[in-house]
Design a protein around this ligand. Structure first.
Ligand SMILES: [Zn+2]
Length: 395
């Protein structure tokens, strides 16, 4: 087949698959799988594996101890590259975990009404997974991919990919390009830049004492917490895109006890890769300092995302995607998002990355989360077209 006829064969086949996509999506949404529910996230993985088995696509399971296993589906593609690019893999990425508590699919199962699908994780990002699965199936069926395709399905993105990160980075190091199928923005846009984030917790130790009878023997951990919060929030620099938020606090023993302990949790967001170490050094200095003499504090990093930055090759990929999407009737804008995602890890190891190329939806992480059903097919077609044109774009 010529390149043009492969493109029309694949896009025509995808155009017939909306009902099949919705059946897989329904099964996935109705399978419980919050990030901490390994069994659930792995059950969602089995839906991926069963689908791939039906299509004759091999899947490698990369076991993870605490969170959902990583899955890598592979579809062979043309190995000889005219561009001389030795990194061949074209990576279609997505996460299977959701932010919702156990039992959510039973309380709020998959539904479609007036072209809008709802249910936990329907847009973020089970629809993106389904789209990636059908694009892989299309290339398996009709061939024509300009390089080997790798579908990477991870299990712990919503908590910062503590285990998945190593697999993502290793995959991205071999990647020619990465498409991350997080939901398209409500206006159909994709994401070309994202902030980085560091999520940490600090514990403060003080000394308990009766606040009436023995006040002066106490060392208030809550007094220290208050001073630290003020200092941490003062590191916010909106002009540079740096924000600090102590979003959770706890502490104390009783109202008539000088507080022997306290804890705060910090969400740091930043734009420029170089800002990360600078701000973390300032955070460490604040945590190490005792504003209330006699307190001791410790900082623990719980999770982290790197920023997605727009390199010149990522800009090329964005232009290529816009052109490809245009032929599926979509007009695409690139947006910057303060939200973090796995695309930051792939960009940080040098893989040209485009994010939020999944079907269009919104209100993620809330009961109002929705997916525009009619966007499933055109977004899948846009991705397939973009893949077929990588050589021509010099990527
Ligand atoms: Zn997501």
């Amino acid at each position: 087949m010529t390149a043009a006829s492969t493109e029309s064969t694949i896009t025509a086949w995808l155009a017939t698959q909306q009902e099949a996509m919705l059946r897989v999506l329904e099964a996935m949404v109705n399978t419980d799988g919050g990030s901490y529910d390994k069994a659930g996230v792995d059950a969602v993985g089995r839906i991926v594996q069963d689908f791939m088995a039906e299509q004759g696509i091999p899947v490698e399971v990369i076991p993870q101890e605490t969170y959902g296993d990583c899955l890598k589906a592979r579809v062979a593609g043309g190995e000889a590259l005219s561009s001389g690019n030795e990194k061949q893999q074209i990576v279609l990425m997505g996460h299977r975990d959701t932010v919702f508590p156990k039992g959510e699919p039973t309380r709020r199962p998959f539904r479609i009404e007036n072209g809008i699908a709802t249910g936990p994780g329907v847009a973020d990002m089970k629809a993106g997974l389904v789209m990636n699965m059908f694009v892989l199936a299309a290339f398996k069926r009709f061939g024509g991919a300009p390089g080997p395709l790798v579908g990477l399905f991870t299990g712990d993105e919503e908590i910062g990919s503590p285990e998945g990160r190593a697999v993502i980075e290793a995959t991205a190091r071999e990647a020619r390009v990465v498409f991350n199928s997080e939901p398209g923005r409500p206006n159909g846009g994709v994401v070309t830049g994202r902030k980085g984030g560091v999520f940490s917790v600090f514990d403060i130790e003080g000394k308990a004492a009766h606040s009436g009878g023995n006040f002066e023997a106490g060392v208030s951990a809550i007094g220290e917490l208050a001073a630290k919060i003020t200092a941490l929030h003062a590191l916010t620099d909106l002009a540079r895109g740096i924000t600090l938020n102590v979003g959770l606090v706890a502490g104390g023993q009783s109202v008539n006890t000088v507080a022997p302990w306290a804890q705060g949790q910090i969400d740091l967001r930043y734009k420029e890769p170089a800002d990360r170490d600078e701000v973390m050094a300032k955070i460490h200095a604040i945590i190490d300092r005792a504003y209330v003499p006699g307190t001791r504090s410790r900082l623990t990093i719980k999770g982290e995302f790197l920023p997605l930055t727009q390199t010149s090759s990522a800009a090329k990929l964005f232009d290529l995607y816009c052109g490809a999407a245009g032929e599926s009737g979509l007009s695409i804008t690139g947006e910057f998002s303060g939200g973090c995602a796995d695309s930051g890890f792939t960009a940080a190891v040098g893989a040209p990355t485009i994010c939020a190329v999944g079907p269009v939806g919104g209100k993620a992480h809330s009961p109002e989360e929705y997916l525009e059903v009619a966007s499933l097919v055109p977004r899948a077609q846009a991705m397939a077209r973009a893949i077929l044109r990588l050589d021509r774009a010099g990527l």
